[in-house]
Design a protein around this ligand. Structure first.
Ligand SMILES: [Zn+2]
Length: 255
């Protein structure tokens, strides 16, 4: 798939826990040479795996998608509306665990992977649409690029900044809170507290690493690698605490 490489590069950490079986955009059937447009991305985990929300939002639909409603063919479907008035659709679920009106945080389970509706195997069809009539039917956008932009906006937002301290001393750079998790700059932190730790960059899988340990939560912001603070602390052998009042990630030498 031509779009696969680009799509994978931009995936937010939670999305990389899946294997992408079909990307967003025009698909060519090699047998017939006919083209179709895939309005979401197909993501695969082991059968019946829990499906967690990629972005927080309020549930506006949790039901079986009936023909003519804007979600026909998608089987058991959960739709969340995010704070930017975009709809996040989780389709073909075996079952759903939320109801209309629920506030759902990123990382919360909305249902289990399945193949209800028009699906030939278990997978998650994840689609992002601008809100509109019939649940934004036809107003789809590339979900990988949308979530990359969403994540970038959150991480850059000064209101989401967090401090970082090491053994009680505040470090001269900051991290950011994205959907309840703090992300810290990998190289700056390793140089400040890593005691000679080697920072690596794998350009094929687009992951940063420390001393040979890949950081699966890597996210690139302005060509700088960030990673989830807990994974980063583990790779650096540090203890970590979160000071919620001061909004500071506290790192200390592990005993
Ligand atoms: Zn699909």
């Amino acid at each position: 798939m031509p779009g696969d490489k680009r799509g994978r590069q931009k995936m937010i950490p939670a999305m990389r826990e899946y294997r992408a079986s079909q990307t967003y955009g025009t698909q060519v059937n090699p047998a017939t040479n006919q083209t179709t447009f895939h309005t979401g991305i197909d993501l695969v985990k082991p059968s019946y795996a829990d499906i967690a929300a990629f972005a927080q939002g309020v549930v506006v639909f949790a039901s079986y998608g009936q023909t003519g409603t804007g979600v026909g063919g998608y089987g058991n479907t959960v739709i969340l509306r995010d704070r930017h008035d975009y709809l996040h659709m989780y389709a073909h679920l075996t079952d759903y665990r939320v109801k209309v009106g629920d506030q759902v945080l990123a990382g919360s389970v909305v249902g289990r992977e399945g193949m209800t509706g028009q699906a030939t195997g278990q997978h998650l069809h994840y689609e992002v649409r601008r809100d509109g009539p019939s649940f934004g039917y036809g107003l789809h956008t590339d979900p990988v690029l949308y979530m990359d932009q969403y994540f970038t906006t959150e991480l850059k937002d000064p209101a989401h900044a967090c401090g970082i301290s090491y053994d009680g001393m505040l470090l001269p750079f900051i991290g950011g809170i994205v959907e309840g998790k703090s992300f810290l700059p990998v190289r700056a932190l390793a140089e400040a507290v890593g005691k000679g730790a080697q920072v690596e960059w794998n350009n094929v899988i687009r992951l940063a690493g420390i001393n040979g340990t890949e950081l699966l939560s890597t996210f690139l912001l302005d060509a700088k690698a960030y990673a989830w603070s807990r994974e980063l602390a583990r790779a650096l052998g540090l203890d970590i605490r979160w000071d919620d009042a001061a909004k500071v990630v506290q790192l200390t030498m592990a005993p």
